[in-house]
Design a protein around this ligand. Structure first.
Ligand SMILES: [Zn+2]
Length: 222
């Protein structure tokens, strides 16, 4: 089992990497991904990638190093997409095309991605709401050609009336299960280590929607 989206005390989380690793290894995880927020005015965030990377040690399980970028008016976007991001294992981008969080449009993101050589993906995006029926096939074409991954996020925070954003976007996942679009999974754990266990729901969804190959595409890039 893996969880590719966890925050630490350096951003919005309450635990250190050591505490997270200890919980993870006791609960059947063979790898995890740390994704602290990077240079956003919306929440506490890290400001310097080198300093951030220097806080990591050797751990008993594999620990991927990532950050989450707030693609909205709350970040100084031009200062966020720098070459330092290429020192990470992958990069998560939140609030893309999401009006409720003052997010910038997807097309704008594409122009910034030319600089980034590591895998990039959209975290907890409510695709069914943010991308209309009309443009969904064009969106999928771009995801496939640019190899942008989509995260299945199992945080309670990203639900509507008790349904996860990914469940509400089943039609989209049905379409990408037949395409070479990478898929990732993440709990977005911050306050409770037990939240990491919710990724089991993402694995169930992957099973149900035939997304195993899509997860594999993501994992083979790491
Ligand atoms: Zn997050």
């Amino acid at each position: 089992m893996r969880d590719y989206h966890i925050h630490t005390i350096l951003s919005t989380g309450l635990f250190t990497v050591n505490e997270i690793v200890e919980f993870a290894s006791r609960n059947g995880f063979d790898a995890i991904g740390i994704c602290d927020n990077y240079r956003t005015n919306r929440v506490r965030s890290i400001q310097n990638i080198d300093l951030y990377l220097s806080t990591f040690r050797d751990y008993s399980i594999r620990v991927f190093r990532s950050v989450e970028i707030d693609f909205s008016i709350y970040s100084e976007i031009d200062n966020v997409f720098d070459e330092n991001l290429n020192k990470l294992d992958y990069v998560l981008i939140e609030n893309v095309e999401d009006m409720r969080y003052s997010g910038h449009p997807f097309w704008m993101l594409l122009s910034y991605l030319d600089k980034i050589k590591v895998p990039v993906g959209l975290s907890h995006n409510n695709i069914a709401r943010n991308f209309s029926e009309k443009n969904i096939d064009d969106f999928i074409d771009v995801l496939e050609s640019r190899q942008i991954f989509i995260e299945i996020n199992t945080s309670d925070y990203y639900t509507l009336f008790g349904e996860y954003y990914f469940e509400l976007s089943s039609d989209f996942f049905e379409k990408i299960s037949k395409r070479n679009v990478p898929v990732s999974i993440g709990s977005d754990t911050r306050e409770k280590l037990e939240d990491m266990l919710t990724v089991k729901k993402a694995y169930q969804f992957i099973e149900k929607m035939n997304l195993k190959e899509n997860l594999k595409i993501f994992e083979e890039k790491l």
